[in-house]
Design a protein around this ligand. Structure first.
Ligand code: SF4
Length: 369
C-alpha cells in the first residue's frame, strides 16, 4: 500500500496556483493535524494487516514544510505507529525553499524522510517574483545544498518552463546550474494559466506576456535533450531521473497501483474504488471529529473505465502500455506511428519525445468508445 498525506497550508499564495491550499493560523493547522491523525487511525483499523505494509509515503501539498522538520517527523512517527514500514519504504517530503533551515532537513531525515522534492521553479529572481513565490533564487540554491547534504537518498527539483521572458537558452542555463549541484531527479512542468489566478488576470489584461506554444515546445524539447544527454532517464512526460532514482510513489499512480489519500481533497484508489475526500478543510475536520470518514464521492470503476485509466496513465510513462489494450485502435496507432508520435517495442506501445509534447490530444484519440 502507498499513502499520500495532503498538507494544504502554504506560507503565501503563488500567483499561478489554483491547488487546494491556503495560508492558515497555527490553530487551524493544529485542528487539521488532529483530523489527519483521526483519518489515519480509521484506515489503520479498517485495512487488514497485509495492507498496512507501506511501500511509500508521500507528504505533499500545499507546503508540508510549513511543518518544521521535527513536526514532520512526529507525523511520520504517528504513521509508523499505525502502519508498517520496510527499510526500503520511500518517504518523500515536498519542501518549499522559503521554509526549512539546515536543522529541519536533518530532523526530517532523522525522522525517516529519504526523498526530498524541492519546489525551486526557477533560478531567476525576476521570474520567481512574477510567480509570487515566497523565496528568491539564493534560498532555492541553499535548499538544494541542504537537501543534498542531509543524507536523503534522492533529491528532486521541480522547475517550470514557459515562463514570462524565458527562452530555451535561459531555461537551459537554469537547468545546467541545477544539474551541476548533483540532484537525482527533475520534474519539469509547463506553466499553465488556471482559472482566476492573479497570473491569469495579469496575462488577460496584457500586463504579462507568455511565450507562444511553439516556443514552449522548444523549451520542453531542449530541456529533455539536455537531461537525456546528462544520463537522466525520461521515464514520464514531466519526470526525469538518474538510474535508480525514479519517484516510486508517483510511478505507482501511473501504473494504477492502490494508494490511500489522507487529508482534505486527497484522492484514493483501492481495488475498483476511486474516491476522494471533501476539499474544504473545515468540512473535512468536522467529519472526522464526528467519527465519520470525510469521503466526498466514490465511484466503482467498470472494466471499460479501468481500461481508459490504463491508457491515460500508462501512456504517460516511458514503459507505455501493452498493445493488447489497444486492439480496436490499430488504424489510429498506425497513423500516430507514421507521424512520429508513437513507437512500438515488442508487445508494448509508448509515446515518443514528440508524442509526449502533445500527449493529451493523442490519448483522447485512443480512449475506448
Ligand atoms: S507553494 Fe505550491 S501549493 Fe502553495 S501556493 Fe505556491 S504553488 Fe500553490
Amino acid at each position: 500500500m502507498r499513502i499520500y498525506i495532503h498538507w494544504p497550508f502554504c506560507v503565501s499564495r503563488c500567483s499561478y496556483c489554483d491547488f487546494n491550499s491556503r495560508v492558515a493560523s497555527r490553530r487551524t493547522r493544529h485542528a487539521y493535524m488532529r483530523a489527519l491523525l483521526r483519518e489515519l487511525e480509521a484506515w489503520a483499523c479498517m485495512l487488514n494487516g497485509e495492507d498496512r505494509w507501506l511501500d511509500s509515503i508521500y507528504l505533499g501539498g500545499g507546503t508540508p514544510s510549513v511543518l518544521s522538520g521535527s513536526e514532520l517527523s512526529s507525523l511520520l512517527e504517528e504513521v509508523g505507529s499505525r502502519f508498517y514500514l520496510h527499510d526500503s519504504t520511500e518517504v518523500t517530503a515536498e519542501v518549499n525553499p522559503a521554509t526549512w533551515d539546515r536543522g529541519d532537513y536533518a530532523a526530517a531525515r532523522a525522522g525517516g524522510v529519504n526523498r526530498i522534492s524541492i519546489g525551486v521553479q526557477s533560478l531567476s529572481d525576476r521570474q520567481l517574483s512574477l510567480l509570487g513565490r515566497a523565496h528568491d533564487a539564493a534560498a532555492a540554491r541553499m535548499a538544494m545544498r541542504h537537501a543534498l547534504g542531509c543524507g536523503a537518498a534522492s533529491v528532486s527539483v521541480d522547475l517550470l518552463y514557459g515562463l514570462p521572458g524565458m527562452d530555451a537558452e535561459t531555461l537551459l542555463e537554469c537547468l545546467n546550474e541545477v544539474l551541476a549541484m548533483g540532484v537525482h531527479h527533475l520534474s519539469m512542468y509547463a506553466l499553465t494559466l488556471a482559472g482566476s489566478t492573479r497570473l491569469a488576470h495579469a496575462v488577460a489584461s496584457g500586463e504579462i506576456t507568455l511565450p507562444d506554444e511553439e516556443e514552449v515546445a522548444e523549451q520542453y524539447l531542449a530541456a529533455s535533450g539536455m537531461l537525456r544527454a546528462r544520463g537522466y532517464e525520461h521515464y514520464e512526460i514531466s519526470n526525469f531521473s538518474l538510474p535508480g532514482h525514479h519517484g516510486r510513489h508517483n510511478l505507482a499512480y501511473w501504473e494504477r497501483e492502490e494508494y490511500l489519500g489522507i487529508g482534505a481533497g486527497a484522492h484514493s484508489l483501492l481495488g475498483k474504488y476511486r474516491f476522494h475526500n471533501l476539499e474544504s478543510i473545515l468540512a473535512y475536520a468536522r467529519a472526522l471529529a464526528k467519527g465519520e470518514l470525510a469521503v466526498a464521492a466514490c465511484e466503482v470503476l467498470a472494466e471499460k473505465e479501468e481500461l481508459a485509466e490504463e491508457i491515460m496513465l500508462g501512456l504517460r510513462t516511458s514503459r507505455g502500455i501493452e498493445l493488447a489494450g489497444l486492439v480496436s485502435k490499430d488504424s489510429e496507432l498506425y497513423e500516430m506511428e507514421k507521424e512520429g508520435f508513437m513507437a512500438r517495442d515488442g508487445g508494448r506501445v509508448r509515446l515518443t519525445e514528440r508524442g509526449m509534447l502533445v500527449s493529451n490530444a493523442l490519448i483522447v484519440r485512443l480512449m475506448p468508445a
